[in-house]
Design a protein around this ligand. Structure first.
Ligand code: PLP
Length: 466
């Protein structure tokens, strides 16, 4: 397959042989976590070969518009050599420095300082992990640790929301409020208290916005009364629920949550794994509300997915408690790759791009256009609701619009819509009853048009089949 601007190194037939042998090995050896093993066995997977900007190409040379920023993470788009160069230069200079054992590297130190500048005022200390699930595991342990060091032994429970996604390692999956992530894996971590989320389309409290006066925020207060504030360490939420279906709480929600947390001495954690680094047109998503959390959990956009990185940013006072515990104390928590030098160098190069190209402001400018175009999809009979926040959007599909009846699971309607879009060269995601779009932050209007127009065609195709 001849690629523009490159010398062909293989004949087309040799490439076809290689591609089909790769596909065979994929079916035989590689496990794909969120896709049915029976489906990958029968239908295979798509092997991607290269990417540039908002586009990726498969091993047959077919081009796709990456309408999901790969996995909500490739903020600056594909093919940024400057990130690759930064990581390679660091690898040549110093392979590794174990932060667990009190060593540091220049990129890890620089990145921690840079993230503290990105974070809301007062959040000053950074703990690194290799991804979002590990970051949430760390968050759970840091919150418990904080209260234990302050002599509040019984404050260990974490309050979390229905439909939340916080990862799939055991602690993070226990915080996750999507039952598909619990089946087969129970018992979950003890000490998780789940409350109603702010899902206005299907209000778990059976109320209507705005007459409800955002009663879902008061569910936190009710849970605290039930469980006892002395038993609760923290409340965690995504500023906008991503995997759960792009669910943004109404105005005033997090302000009330923040006040309740403060009143009952409960830490407030924003899981910004998807919403951080510009996705909502602000540096961190929680800034859309007028509140500052005690901890921020981050991952994905911090490196735009070029290398794996996550972490937790802590309010200064939390860290002081650890420092005040004296020389006999250590966290006894951390990971070999916490603060990996090459990964941190890649993150710094990624933040350079985000800042230099003013991508946060770009998202802010594009947000109304993305919302308007996505909302046109309400014209399809399959669509019950359209929700957008910044550059993330979901189309929720229903069998009956009046009754809001979901489609039977075995019809796999969102996955069929996703497949119909993929066939037309646009990558989207089926997630629960939703099809989700979340393009790289560098996306332009014309590419938003392609995403929405293709999704409209895909919806039509599936509607005709049903
Ligand atoms: N938290 C949120 C809000 C997420 O969306 C995700 C992943 O999508 C995670 C945590 C888990 O991150 P990871 O897949 O890097 O472990």
């Amino acid at each position: 397959m001849r690629r523009s601007g490159r010398r062909p190194t293989r004949t087309a037939s040799a490439n076809r042989t290689r591609v089909s042998s790769l596909a065979r090995h994929d079916r035989r050896h590689l496990v794909h976590g969120f896709i049915s093993p029976a489906v990958t066995r029968d239908q295979g997977t798509l092997t991607l070969a290269r990417g540039r900007g908002v586009y990726v190409w498969d091993t047959d040379g077919k081009r796709y518009l990456d309408g999901l920023a790969s996995l909500w993470n490739v903020h600056v788009g594909h093919g940024r050599s400057e990130i690759a160069r930064a990581a390679a230069a660091q690898m040549k200079k110093l392979a590794f420095a174990p932060t667990l054992l009190g060593f540091s590297s220049e990129p890890a130190i620089e990145l921690a300082a840079r993230l503290a500048r990105w974070a809301p005022k007062g959040l000053t200390r950074v703990f690194f992990t290799s991804g979002g699930s590990e970051a949430n595991e760390s968050m759970i342990r840091l919150c418990r640790l904080y209260w234990r060091l302050r002599g509040r032994e019984d404050k260990y429970k974490i309050v979390t929301l229905q439909r939340a996604y916080h990862g799939s390692s055991t602690g993070a999956a226990s915080l996750t409020g999507l039952t598909t992530f619990h089946r087969y894996y129970e018992p979950l971590m003890p000490g998780v208290v789940r409350i109603a989320n702010a899902y206005c389309y299907r209000c778990p409290l059976g109320l209507r916005y705005p007459e409800c006066s955002v009663a879902c925020a008061d569910e936190l207060e009710a849970a605290i009364t039930r469980e006892g504030a002395d038993t609760i360490a923290a409340f965690v939420a995504e500023p906008v629920q991503g995997v759960g279906g792009v669910i943004e709480p109404p105005k005033g929600y997090f302000e009330r949550i923040r006040a309740i947390c403060r009143r009952h001495e409960i830490l407030f954690v924003a899981d910004e794994v998807i919403t951080g680094f510009g996705r909502l047109g602000t540096r961190f998503g929680i800034s859309r509300w007028n509140v500052v959390p005690d901890l921020i959990v981050f991952a994905k956009g911090v490196t735009s997915g070029y290398l794996p990185l996550g972490g937790v940013i802590l309010r200064e006072e939390l860290f002081q408690t650890l420092e005040d515990a004296g020389p006999g104390f250590a966290l006894h928590h951390g990971f070999t790759y916490s603060g990996h030098p090459a990964v941190c160098a890649a993150a710094l190069a990624n933040l350079d791009i985000l800042e230099r190209e003013k991508l946060v402001a770009h998202v802010r400018r594009l947000t109304p256009y993305f919302a308007r175009r996505m909302n046109e999809l309400r014209a399809s009979a399959l669509v019950g609701d359209v929700r957008t926040a910044g550059l993330m959007g979901a189309v929720e599909m229903v069998a009956d619009r009046e009754q809001k009846t979901p489609f039977a699971m075995d019809l796999a309607v969102p996955m069929r819509v996703r497949a119909a879009a993929l066939k037309r060269g646009v990558i989207l995601r089926g997630s629960g009853d939703n099809v989700v779009a979340c393009p790289p932050l560098i996306v332009q209007r014309e590419q938003i048009d392609i995403i929405v127009d293709t999704l409209a065609e895909a919806l039509d195709e599936v509607a005709r089949e049903l």
